[in-house]
Design a protein. Structure first.
Length: 546
């Protein structure tokens, strides 16, 4: 065999692996960028996967037909790589400018979960179809090239499938562990584009179409030019995580115009931002993580302080405390004021949230020598630690995605119980505004199956706070409320909703399910309800109350 041709075959073989690397970098980057807009729920993730795989399937079919007709497969491979590099970079640019389109779909269709899902699916398919079709067409083209070297179709297909899959594995690891954490989404996307453009040059050289390699030069500069404008716009981005707080896209734009960005960092676990908002009586800071408003120092302050005050007035001799989910840092800052505590641990998976709290929300908070910042998944940390705590406060983000929903299941509560000291206190926050009454009962029953001595308070309009002594010792809700209101004036409105006696009815009701890892009902419900407006349903119910 001609030496040059043999080198060309081997080059395309390894290029197939490199193409797999680029494809999975794109997938990680696109998914991260898109979830900031359409949300990181199980529904949006399913749509993204469906669109990506559909494009690969269509491309595989089309590429198979084209491979049988093409007279210059090296050239075909080069053109595919050129197209992937250009369209792949363009997708990232478009994703960061979806706000008006997404806003139109959201406010027109949000009340119909099915209709909105179909519209969102059409939008994502439109975005990803061209580059993923080109990716899918790669496989049959490369198999055909490799088959010219060795006439064993089954073995040839296996070779190419293996090298492309290994490339995909490397691309996933590179994106998740190296590129996105170190370079951010924009430059990670450029890395994938440069891989494709380099492969295009390589293919054109071996195709004998040396003049075509100069096509890549303007393409390269096109990618660079697009890159300059592809970063996510500054300020609060419109998307699933914030859209339900506004009645229209115009209202959102008007509201965010008055926000001042005081912290903005893209991390491997999501973009973290802090905004300063002027209010009629002062200002408040708002923390946004991955497109979700995680809390503020204004409207949410009462609940954030309450979850620290409640265990303080119940437990007479607390020495250790674990806070799950840092948020704005207000709960932890409130807990630090309790001088009886000798150990305070905070577990938060996103390092950028720690940085935001240290930079602008509560500078100097972690200078307290009793306080330890733990960067980990809370469930993973609790499962492995040998430490037992007098107080555990769980105030994670909304249970709308798997990343948070596994902190609201029966299995998690069993882990918590095992790490709670005798006579310890467990505090669990629940976003009542994202759940209907039956779903709130599900969350309550799930807790009660592990902690029978359960007490429920409503904080503010619709935040729910569970107080759970790890003992049979009864609590006196009236006395607790009186002590809280006497000693702490900054907790806002507080209402006792029920204790073990009233809640025993839930345990006996077979129509109320339990939220478990295998069937996380609250995750599905909260994700759907955040879209369709349970928040408004609750507000309407309150207006009807005397």
């Amino acid at each position: 065999m001609n030496t040059t041709k043999e080198i060309g075959y081997k080059a395309i073989f390894w290029a197939s692996g490199a193409s797999g690397v680029a494809a999975l970098i794109y997938e990680v980057v696109w998914f991260r960028a898109l979830t900031n807009t359409i949300g990181g729920t199980i529904y949006s993730f399913s749509i993204l996967m469906a669109a990506f795989l559909a494009g690969l399937a269509i491309g595989g079919r089309w590429g198979g037909i084209y491979a049988g007709r093409s007279k210059n497969l090296f050239k075909a491979f080069g053109l595919l790589q050129l197209g992937i590099g250009l369209f792949g970079t363009a997708v990232f640019y478009i994703v960061n400018r979806l706000e008006p389109v997404y806003g139109l779909l959201y406010y027109k269709l949000r009340l119909s979960f099915g209709g909105f899902t179909v519209a969102q699916m059409a939008l994502v398919f439109f975005l990803l179809l061209v580059p993923t079709i080109l990716m899918g067409a790669n496989f049959p083209i490369v198999v055909k090239i490799w088959s010219e070297r060795r006439k064993e179709i089954g073995r040839n297909a296996g070779d190419i499938y293996a090298i492309n899959t290994w490339g995909s594995v490397l691309g996933t690891m590179a994106a998740g562990f190296i590129l996105v954490p170190m370079l951010g989404l924009r430059w990670s996307n450029l890395t994938a584009g440069l891989i494709n453009l380099s492969l295009a040059v390589l293919a054109f050289v071996f195709a004998g179409s040396r003049q075509l390699k100069w096509v890549v030069l303007p393409a390269f500069f096109s990618v660079q030019l697009l890159l300059l404008f592809s970063a996510a716009p500054p300020g609060l981005a419109f998307g699933y995580g914030v859209a339900d707080k506004y009645d229209s896209f115009a209202q959102f734009k008007e509201a965010v115009a008055g926000l001042k960005t005081v912290f903005d960092k893209e991390s491997d676990y999501g973009r973290v931002q802090v905004f300063k908002e002027r209010l009629p009586k002062g200002t408040q800071l708002i923390l946004v993580n991955g497109g979700r408003v995680e809390g503020s120092t204004g409207a949410d302050a009462g609940t954030q302080r309450l979850v620290a005050y409640l265990p303080r007035v119940i437990h007479k001799k607390p020495r250790s405390l674990l806070n799950i989910g840092l948020g704005t840092g207000m709960t932890l800052a409130t807990a630090v004021d309790d001088n009886r505590l000798t150990r305070l641990d905070n577990v938060e998976i996103n390092r950028a949230v720690y940085e935001a709290v240290e930079a602008v929300l509560y500078p100097g908070l972690f200078n307290d020598t009793r306080l330890t910042a733990i960067e980990d998944d809370a469930r993973h940390y609790l499962a492995l630690t040998k430490q037992k705590y007098d107080i555990i406060i769980s105030e994670p983000s909304y249970p709308t995605s798997e990343a948070q929903a596994h902190l609201f299941t029966q299995e998690f509560y069993k882990i918590v119980k095992n790490k709670l000291a005798k006579d310890g206190i467990f505090v669990q926050w629940l976003p009542g505004y994202l759940l209907n009454q039956h779903e709130i009962w599900t969350a309550t029953k799930t807790l009660a199956t592990v902690f029978p001595n359960l007490y429920v308070w409503m904080s503010g309009p619709s935040d729910i706070v569970f107080i759970i002594p790890n003992s049979d010792r009864p609590l006196d809700p009236a006395q607790l409320e009186a002590e809280l209101k006497s000693n702490y004036k900054d907790i806002g409105r507080l209402r006792f909703m029920g204790g073990p006696g009233q809640l025993s009815v839930l345990n006996a009701d077979p129509s109320i399910p339990i939220n478990v890892d295998d069937l996380p009902r609250i995750e599905f419900s909260a994700a759907r309800n955040k879209l369709t407006g349970v928040r408004q349903e609750i507000e309407d119910q309150k207006k009807d109350q005397p």
